[in-house]
Design a protein around this ligand. Sequence first.
Ligand code: ATP
Ligand code: MG
Length: 395
Amino acid sequence: LPIEFKQALPVIDKINEHGYEAYFVGGSVRDVILNHEIHDVDIATSAFPEEIKEIFPRTIDVGIDHGTVLVLYEEDQYEITTFRTESTYQDYRRPDTVTFVRSLEEDLKRRDFTMNALAMTREGNIIDLFDGIESIHAKEIKAVGNPDERFSEDALRMMRALRFASQLSFDIEEKTEEAISKNHQLLTKIAIERIYIEWVKLLMGAERKRGIIPFVETNCFICCPGFSHKKELLVSFANQNPEMLLTSEELAWSCLLIAIEEKHAKTLLGKWKASKRLSNLVEKVIDCYNERLTSQWSAKEMYQAGIEVISLVEQVRDFFGLENNEDELIKAYNQLPIKSMADLKVSGRDILAYMDKKPGPWLGRVLKQTEKHVVEGQWENDKKVLLEKIKEMVG
Ligand code: ATP
Ligand code: MG
């Protein structure tokens, strides 16, 4: 048993001592079988949330309506979720009623894919009621039960299937993929924030092509903001530099939006409800990337872009098979005389005092000029030198 599970054993044992069942469930069990690194272990139990809270003195209600209690135990914390079934799915979204049950089987049945419907006992025995192990060995993503019904219960599962294909390098089983094709329109019922999370995981996955191709073929792309007219470009994006992992969200979006020839990155990212920080950053990266197609970085451009954008632009160049000068550029950036206005050895106050002039719009212009001359290495960043130069310039 991997260490992450071993650490949680006392928690399971305590639940058992009180007469309830408790198992490891979900992605962590799948990841053990795959020999992948484990991030968080989820525990499912026959105890109801109130019963869990009676067993453990320190708990936090993180999702008590859905049966999830966070248990603080020694140095660690564990999400413990009561076995449940989900009923009355309205609007093809998450269920509006969850019913707590005492049966593990009922709980596993409501899970999305066979590979995710496994449970593991404290001894490490795997409970596999839906042939999940077989699916994992066959590297297939297969809905539990009738895929058509499962996707109309919760349409987000379609995006989850696609992102797991990319992350795990699995194929989507035939009937499951057919059901995605059939139900793709239901994605429009899902909050974009939830689709976004799965889409970014897909882009950053080990084999994104395996997610993007079925995303296109099942027509899910039509239901995502800004993609509906980009079918061919999405396919060529899928085939672009498949070896290169897109290691950050900002890199992934930048490469994607350039590949699909999106002229209005911010508008598209706005429709996806991306953060302002991400939208601004991606737009900057795309602008600088386009600049760099026809000219080298100048000192002033590097200064304005900043290290984060420079590094991203070079990675994007890498993605599109262009020369990547990240290392040299970072060196050059670090040698810039100043990195921001705050590094300038004169302030507006210094200039006013030295020139004996009234403040006004001229001062801002002078500071801008000074900044430019210093960045470009024409003026030394030294208080005395700068004041002399400024006096000469203003006259
Ligand atoms: P990851 O490694 O990305 O965390 P995961 O399989 O653990 O993958 P989670 O989103 O953490 O995915 O969900 C935990 C478990 O909850 C899943 O393995 C699955 O059993 C179940 N689950 C999550 N979302 C859904 C859903 N929309 N429909 C049905 N079951 C779901
Ligand atoms: Mg998980």
